[in-house]
Design a protein around this ligand. Structure first.
Ligand SMILES: Nc1ncnc2c1ncn2[C@@H]1O[C@H](COP(=O)(O)OS(=O)(=O)O)[C@@H](OP(=O)(O)O)[C@H]1O
Ligand SMILES: [Mg+2]
Ligand SMILES: [Mg+2]
Ligand SMILES: [Mg+2]
Length: 381
């Protein structure tokens, strides 16, 4: 196989799955009522959109690659309670609509589907999937991950809090082989195609964008570069994206989580000061932060651990975004400059925090991170 064609089918299947999930989540947002939200054990929210999107993406993956493992954020446990009947009914309706919609399948996907016995026996698109089949599809995401074999990492809605408040969120899907990310696809239904057409306002890149400019899909395959296109568009509308080349970090801008509980805003501010960055941080939810710096809307993504640093980052929160940034000319590491290790299970347990920047200035940012942590007495994190 020539290198240009490596993982071509995985790329197309991922695009098809993410595109379907994005139409679904967009529809859910427009009809969402608070009762459709469940609070998980860790107090984080999950909506009918997260569950339905995971069911759809896992069904699409399984119909093409039935033996592949999937590490997905959600599971069906809370949905199986008798009082979740209304939620289950909505999932069945939404997921079947998304699977039946004639998404713009590229010829490679359509051809593979017609030849695949799994797709024929599963037959989504011709016959609605049952409630049990969809709950089982959600639970296909229960894989443990690890160092060997083919594995997908899925965040059906990343930035659920952003989703609920009408801000940024992302459907994020990565494909890994032996713990190395090979394909990353991220759909951002609320992100404009061209952030420069809508200057930062209200703390977000492109916050002033018009509704019909919203909805951007990002794709990268290792060694093949990073691309974006409008979500609902033909594949020939893809354009290459690259990070800004930075002559001096003092003119850079950085982005961070909206939630102070997810990333230490105070430490991020001190790092910016050490680097001479004067621009205010841009706060946005989800892996929209990765794709925004990948196309040059901003320059640095800082995710400094909070408190004792005991939180383990989840692989689905970083796998797709980190590949897109690296393929756009960036380097993504933890706070010590170590590469993120996606081959140790469902979490990044051997890493702490995340620092992403253009590869020419990444070392400089890591030095400032080290100094800021020393000053806080957290040099041993
Ligand atoms: N304590 C803590 N520390 C770090 N990260 C955490 C923590 N708790 C949750 N999460 C994960 O953060 C994901 C949301 O991503 P962001 O932090 O970029 O979004 S936000 O700006 O804070 O909304 C969020 O992803 P989703 O659940 O998919 O929204 C969580 O996986
Ligand atoms: Mg969540
Ligand atoms: Mg997430
Ligand atoms: Mg999520």
């Amino acid at each position: 196989m020539s290198s240009a064609a490596a993982y071509h089918l995985e790329r197309q299947v991922a695009i098809s799955a993410v595109t379907r999930a994005c139409s679904l989540t967009d529809k859910v947002f427009r009809n969402l009522v608070t009762a459709d939200t469940v609070t998980k054990k860790d107090k984080s929210p999950v909506t009918v959109g997260d569950y339905s999107a995971q069911a759809v993406v896992n069904t699409v993956i399984a119909s093409h690659f039935s033996a592949d493992a999937i590490v997905g954020e959600e599971d069906s446990k809370d949905l199986r309670n008798p009082e979740a009947k209304n939620l289950r009914d909505q999932i069945v309706k939404l997921a079947n609509e998304a699977l039946a919609s004639p998404a713009q399948e590229c010829p490679a996907v359509a051809d593979a589907a017609s030849k695949s016995s799994e797709a024929a026996s599963q037959a989504w698109g011709t016959q609605d999937l049952s409630e049990e089949a969809l709950l089982a599809a959600i639970d296909r995401g229960n894989a443990e991950g690890g160092r060997s074999g083919r594995c997908w990492a899925l965040d059906p809605i990343d930035g659920t809090k952003g989703f609920l408040r009408g801000g940024q969120y992302a459907v994020c899907l990565a494909f890994m082989v032996d713990g190395e990310v090979q394909v990353g696809v991220i759909g951002c239904p609320n992100l404009p195609h061209d952030a420069s057409s809508a200057k930062p306002k209200e703390g977000e890149f492109g916050a002033g964008a018009k509704r019909n400019d919203l909805g951007t899909l990002f794709v990268a395959v290792k060694g093949q570069g990073a691309f974006q296109r409008p979500i609902q568009a033909e594949s020939d509308s893809e354009t290459a994206i690259t990070m800004n080349k930075i002559s001096s970090l003092s003119s850079a801008s950085f982005c961070e989580s909206v939630e102070a509980g997810h990333s230490s805003h105070g430490t991020n501010a001190r790092i910016a000061e050490l680097l001479g960055i004067t621009a205010e941080p841009v706060r946005m939810d989800s892996q929209a932060k990765y794709v925004s710096i990948a196309r040059g809307d901003g320059d640095v993504y800082l995710r400094l651990p909070v408190g004792d640093g005991s939180y383990q980052e989840k692989i689905w929160d970083h796998a797709a975004g980190s590949l897109i940034v690296e393929e756009a000319g960036g380097r993504v590491s933890d706070i010590r400059g170590r590469s993120l290790d996606f081959g140790v299970g469902r979490t990044l347990k051997d890493n702490k925090g995340v620092v992403a920047a253009h590869r020419d200035v990444h070392d400089q940012v890591i030095r400032a991170v080290g100094q800021a942590l020393e000053e806080e007495g957290r040099g041993n994190l």
